[in-house]
Design a protein around this ligand. Structure first.
Ligand SMILES: [Zn+2]
Length: 211
């Protein structure tokens, strides 16, 4: 497994974890996936059969992570509904032994509070990390990995340890090599060094039974 792009929605991406809704999960050979109900999706319409489908997809061997799930204070369903969905993803992830890809927009404290409240022990990676260094510190102190795209807060990236850093394209058309170059120059590394580091971080994150 040699994955560079921790999080994308492009289903044709290579060396990437492709994030899909369980209803769109159609695994192709040689590709890796994350499954979950995005906090922007119509969470209020989800029923038990949808969560049963999620559960079924979650144990598929090509599914490495659960999500993206999480909280968005600017968009999507009311926050209490988002919290219920997020909590269910966390507990499902714990039960299948896979880590979680988290979407968080101005909700870092709540993300950690919901996780504490569930009591479910799973590693989290905050994807699309754009928060400042205070938000980064809070998340790093709670053992989260942070995934950076083409746009990020340089101070937050600077305080992120090399073994907790991931890179991603998400929905942006930039190639992962462009993201790697931008993140590498901020960290004083070559693109090659950065890609090796982040690939190793993805391997460690997705093999979290040894976490
Ligand atoms: Zn995404």
């Amino acid at each position: 497994m040699d994955i560079l792009d921790f999080h994308t929605h492009r289903t044709d991406a290579d060396r990437a974890i492709i994030s899909v809704d369980p209803h769109e999960f159609a695994p192709e050979p040689g590709k890796w996936y994350s499954v979950g109900f995005h906090p922007w999706s119509d969470l209020e319409a989800l029923g038990e059969e949808d969560f049963a489908l999620l559960e079924q997809c979650a144990s598929h061997p090509q599914v490495l992570t659960i999500g993206e799930t999480g909280l968005d204070s600017l968009r999507g369903a009311p926050l209490d509904i988002q919290e219920t969905s997020f909590a269910r993803h966390l507990c499902l992830a714990a039960s299948v032994g896979k880590p979680v890809v988290v979407h968080s927009v101005r909700t870092a404290q709540r993300i950690l509070a919901v996780k504490r409240a569930t009591g479910c022990q799973v590693p989290l990676a905050i994807h699309g990390m754009r928060g400042n260094e205070h938000v980064a510190r809070l998340l790093l102190d709670a053992d989260c990995y942070l995934s950076f795209g083409i746009r990020f807060n340089p101070a937050a990236l600077r305080i992120t340890p090399l073994d907790r850093m991931l890179i991603e394209t998400d929905e942006h058309p930039a190639a992962i090599s462009e993201v790697a170059a931008a993140v590498a120059s901020e960290k004083g590394l070559s693109s090659k060094e950065l890609m090796e580091l982040t690939a190793a971080n993805i391997r460690r994150f997705t093999a979290y039974s040894t976490y």
